[in-house]
Design a protein around this ligand. Structure first.
Ligand SMILES: [Zn+2]
Length: 235
């Protein structure tokens, strides 16, 4: 993907790839509290009709501007401003319109999937309250991210894992509510989130480990975890 945010700082400049498909950068503003506001235009020429699922190309105005949170830059918040194009379907009798929704956008349209994964990685060895404070966001938003990620399926095809990490998170201190986070830690410093499981008991996490394809297990050399019962499950 070629869209690149260009920053000029004193006499030096550098580029950061945005890695967001289907958009071109129009302008970047940095406000008084250091937030990056990146205004982009969407170049998508079609989407799938939400009703019949067919590809539709007849454009029908744009949505109102939405503001999407993306990964922070130098601990400053980053927001993408965009107006999604809308397309009308002539296959369906009532000609419904569907807004474009790129692959990289989280389900609720408020943050990118990369941002959601980043928040979940932050949660390892931490709590929702701490991470909400550190990232200047709300506990509700983080809970929403967790809920969406619990239902995500893994694409095992693009995966070769040599080391797995299994961590538990206490969602609320004093409450008996835990998450188990399974990550790919094959490359040092590049933790990749694989699965968020609601709960931490054997019954809750066993279905996930049973669903991991045999070909994945053949490359796994080690599992790092403080959760002794996990090792019993995968032996
Ligand atoms: Zn349709």
């Amino acid at each position: 993907m070629l869209n690149v945010a260009l920053f000029t700082m004193a006499k030096s400049r550098f580029q950061i790839p945005l890695n967001l498909a289907n958009v071109n950068i129009k302008k970047i503003e940095i406000n008084e509290i250091g937030e990056f506001h990146i205004h982009v235009s969407c170049i998508a020429k079609s989407c799938d009709c939400y009703k019949c699922g067919k590809k539709i190309t007849k454009s029908h105005r744009q949505c109102k501007e939405t503001i999407i949170e993306h990964l922070p830059i130098f601990d400053n918040k980053v927001f993408i401003h965009v107006r999604w194009p809308r397309f009308v379907c002539d296959n369906c009798d009532d000609h419904p319109t569907t807004s474009f929704h790129p692959e990289w956008l989280g389900e609720n349209g408020e943050c990118t999937k990369d941002y959601e994964k980043y928040i979940l990685k932050c949660l390892i060895n931490s709590t929702i309250k701490d991470i909400a404070e550190k990232n200047r966001t709300t506990e509700e938003r983080i809970e929403g991210i967790i809920d969406r990620c619990i239902s995500l399926e893994i694409d095992w095809n693009s995966t070769k894992i040599t080391r797995m990490g299994v961590d538990e998170i206490a969602l609320k201190k004093g409450h008996n509510h835990y998450l188990t986070i399974v990550s790919d830690i094959s490359i040092p410093g590049k933790t990749r989130l694989l699965k968020v499981i609601s709960g931490r008991s054997q019954e809750e996490i066993l279905p996930f480990f049973q669903s991991v394809p045999r070909c994945i297990w053949t490359s796994v050399e080690s599992i790092s975890t403080d959760m002794g019962r996990v090792l019993g499950l995968v032996q």
